[in-house]
Every structure is written in C-alpha cells, then in structure tokens.
Design a protein around this ligand. Structure first.
Ligand SMILES: Cc1cc2nc3c(=O)[nH]c(=O)nc-3n(C[C@H](O)[C@H](O)[C@H](O)COP(=O)(O)OP(=O)(O)OC[C@H]3O[C@@H](n4cnc5c(N)ncnc54)[C@H](O)[C@@H]3O)c2cc1C
Length: 228
C-alpha cells in the first residue's frame, strides 16, 4: 500500500550499499526526519532534489526563450471561434511562432501561450494585452471580451535527459521529468512519466522478480537495471 504524506518536503537523499536515507521537512512545523528505505522513486520533477543530491548529471538544458501563460475565462465564442472550433491554435507573430491558444474545456476556459525572447520582461506585459497580441497573430491585436484572468505564470521549455536513470548504488530510480524533459509540443512529458512509473512500479513490487533475484543470486537492482 502507498502511504501518501502531504506537506512534506524532500531535502536530500543519500544511499549506502543497503538502502537509501531521505531527509524530509514538515513544511508547517519545520520538523526534520530521516526516512530509511530500500528504494526511492524520484518523481519530483525537473528540478529533482533526488537527482541533484545524488549528483546524477543532466545533459541538455533550456531552449533559448520562455513562455508567458495566461489562463482566462471568456464566453466571447463568436470572436474566439471565428475560424471554427479548435483545441489548439498556433499563431505567427512577427514572422515566427509567437503563441498558441488552448481550449481547456471547449466552453469558457482558455490558455494563451506567448513565446518570448530571453531578454523580455514578462512583468511589463499586461495579461489582457498578451491575449490580444497572441490572438492577433501577424495582424493587429485581436480584442475579445475577457471575463476573468484566472492565473498567469512563465515557464522555460527544456530538452534534457539524465545521464543515468539509476543512482550509483542502485537504490534510487528517476521517473518523469526528473529523468527527461521535453518541450510541451507532442505531449511527451506526462505520457513518458506515466510509462516510467508503471514500468518501475511493477519491477519494484513484482514478487516473482524478487523470487527470481533470490534464485539467481542477483540483486533486485541489477534486474531493474534494464531501466535505461
Ligand atoms: C505548459 C506545459 C504544457 C504541457 N503539456 C503537456 C501535454 O499536453 N502532454 C504531456 O504529456 N505533457 C505535457 N507537459 C509536460 C508535463 O506537465 C510534465 O512532463 C509532467 O507534469 C511531469 O510529471 P512529473 O510527475 O515527472 O513531475 P511534476 O509534474 O513536476 O511533479 C513533481 C512533483 O514533485 C513535487 N516536488 C518537487 N520537489 C519536491 C521536494 N523537494 N519535496 C517534495 N515534493 C517535491 C512537486 O511539488 C510536484 O508535485 C506540459 C508541460 C508544460 C509546462
């Protein structure tokens, strides 16, 4: 069974020949604790504390640019769907790929992606203006009625892969964005992460695999080493 603990931050992971020690902090009380385990699954995203504290190098890095996301509500469908119904719409701005509009629920919730050069200051870009600019594409700003700006954020697309998905002593396994990071195009990130977790899950939990490891005098981690 899985024991889920919310409000707990992983500070670092170290490993010995027999297992792993994970130092965690309770974010409310600040109390620190060390958890001892046979294995650690590093499902902690692109900035993975598990990967960095075990000094597993990451090859690759960020692409030269970043993206401003504006998540908003609008029922101005006659304007938004002027060209017809869509799921993702991509726009040229200034002769290059400038942005995208994503229909989150096909009714009233949308996200604009505004692709920006590295030297742009997103704090100087008003959320409404970002929407109008992206929707305008190569032409003038395209104004729609925005009912509410829900949230805005920025992200930097990365293309990177960990040099090993297994820690040096074989007790930590990277999965998802901690192991590999893709640009959102193509929808590989979450899909690959789910595949990693499924593959790792059955290998760590499978009783037959543990039985095989005893029979063949091999460690379970060497069997899991078919992990990339
Ligand atoms: C704009 C955008 C669009 C995308 N669209 C798609 C798409 O259409 N299809 C697709 O397949 N993928 C898509 N992706 C990629 C996808 O979101 C990621 O690949 C996926 O979320 C990675 O999952 P993960 O569980 O490995 O990491 P994350 O989703 O980053 O989860 C990591 C978790 O670990 C927690 N965590 C981190 N550090 C610590 C710590 N020290 N202690 C405790 N907890 C910690 C975080 O709070 C988080 O909950 C998109 C990404 C972006 C940015």
């Amino acid at each position: 069974m899985i024991d889920v603990r919310f409000g707990v931050k992983v500070e670092s992971v170290s490993e010995s020949d027999s297992g792993a020690l994970t130092t965690v902090t309770d974010v409310d009380t600040g109390a620190r604790k060390i958890i001892s385990s046979k294995y650690v699954g590093a499902c902690d995203g692109a900035s993975s504390k598990v990967r960095t504290s075990l000094s597993i190098p990451l090859d690759g890095g960020p692409t030269p640019g970043f993206v401003l996301l504006v998540h908003f509500k609008s029922t101005d469908l006659s304007r938004i769907r002027k060209q017809g119904q869509f799921w993702h719409l991509f726009f040229l701005v200034g002769g290059h790929m400038g942005g995208a509009l994503i229909a989150q629920n096909e009714i009233d919730t949308w996200t604009v992606h505004m692709f920006l050069p590295l030297d742009a200051d997103p704090d100087k870009i008003d959320s409404h203006e970002a929407v109008y600019t992206v929707l305008g594409g190569l032409g003038e700003k395209y104004r729609i009625t925005i009912d509410e700006i829900l949230v805005r954020s920025t992200f930097r697309p990365n293309v990177a892969v960990a040099r090993s998905y297994i820690s040096p002593k074989g007790h930590a396994y990277l999965a998802g964005d901690s192991a590999h990071q893709n640009i959102p195009t193509g929808g590989y990130g979450m899909n690959m992460g789910i595949a990693d977790a499924w593959d790792l899950g059955w290998k760590v939990c499978c009783p037959n695999l543990h039985f095989f490891s005893i029979l063949s005098h091999t460690s379970i981690s060497s069997i899991i080493r078919v992990w990339p």
